[in-house]
Design a protein around this ligand. Structure first.
Ligand code: ADP
Ligand code: MG
Length: 258
């Protein structure tokens, strides 16, 4: 087990979750979940629908307050130091959250204002963020004119405006065609390698994993594996990740993932 204390000499990970459980009524949907997202890591939170991925995100973002266990962002406890913890967090939710009647730039400027970023600085950051997702040429268009994948890229741009160190994305490619999916993935992987962001990418799509990713396998509310892709293949004695998933969960990813 890694030491996640903020008193250690080494820099704390972007995210550290220790012994987190959560129940809805009688139903326990997260059971003693522990994981780290180091800085500069693209960490895949892999799990079928119902595994508990979105519930974990709701606890990290403090949508739900009644967390048992500990969650730290850059060493800051989300419960005891919420302002410090959450100001370095960017989130892309599963549902669409842009105003489709506003332009791309208006959506971003609005969000920058919410973060208290002054007008001149906001203009620069919004421009930069749109360039990062290759949509600067569409800045003045209404969001409703965009494809689903382009809208997702705007949400990613928006999540970067306050310069987060940790980015959470909840099934960001669901409903996108292959080309758009690849484009969203490569933009986010680029943020990890170029800026050293820590990314937690929730998905049930095993095809999105590449060999350099870090893996957290969540199944029925329990973490069954954390580590590298080669590590997971070796632990399962499997030739590919689909087989490794089957060995570790006793479930076929193709038939149960909707
Ligand atoms: P995932 O995001 O991996 O698909 P969720 O975190 O959405 O999984 O759901 C985990 C489990 O918790 C599921 O069984 C789901 O039905 C249940 N659940 C999620 N949200 C609620 C809620 N607000 N009330 C009751 N049960 C919930
Ligand atoms: Mg979900």
């Amino acid at each position: 087990m890694s030491d996640t204390s903020h008193t250690t000499a080494t820099a704390p990970p972007a995210l550290s979750v220790t012994g987190v459980s959560h129940s809805f009524g009688e139903k326990r949907v997260l059971d003693n979940v522990s994981l780290d997202v180091p800085r500069g890591s693209f960490t895949v939170l892999l799990g079928l629908n119902g595994a508990g991925k979105s519930t974990l995100f709701a606890l990290i973002t403090r949508l739900y307050d009644n967390v048992s266990g500990e969650i730290r962002i850059l060493g800051h406890d989300v419960r005891r130091a919420p302002t410090l913890a959450l100001q370095r967090l960017g989130v892309v939710f599963q549902s669409r959250t842009l105003d489709t009647d506003l332009t791309l730039m208006q959506n971003l400027r609005y969000h920058a204002a919410l973060h208290g970023i002054g007008a001149g600085e906001a203009r620069r950051r919004c421009q930069d963020a749109l360039e990062t997702v290759a949509l600067a040429d569409r800045a003045g268009e209404r969001v409703r004119s965009l494809s689903g994948g382009q809208a997702r890229r705007v949400e990613i741009a928006r999540s970067l405006l306050h310069r987060p160190a940790l980015l959470l994305l909840d099934e960001p490619t669901v409903g996108l065609d292959i080309g758009s999916r690849e484009s969203v993935l490569s933009i986010v992987r680029g943020l990890v390698s170029a800026r050293g962001l820590g990314v937690l990418w929730a998905t049930h799509l095993i095809d999105e994993i590449v060999p350099t990713d870090d893996i957290v396998l969540l199944h029925k509310g329990r973490v069954l594996f954390t580590g590298s892709v080669p590590g997971m293949l070796a632990a399962a004695g499997a030739d590919d990740m689909r087989q490794a998933f089957r060995v570790m969960t006793g479930t076929n990813v193709e038939t149960e993932a909707a």
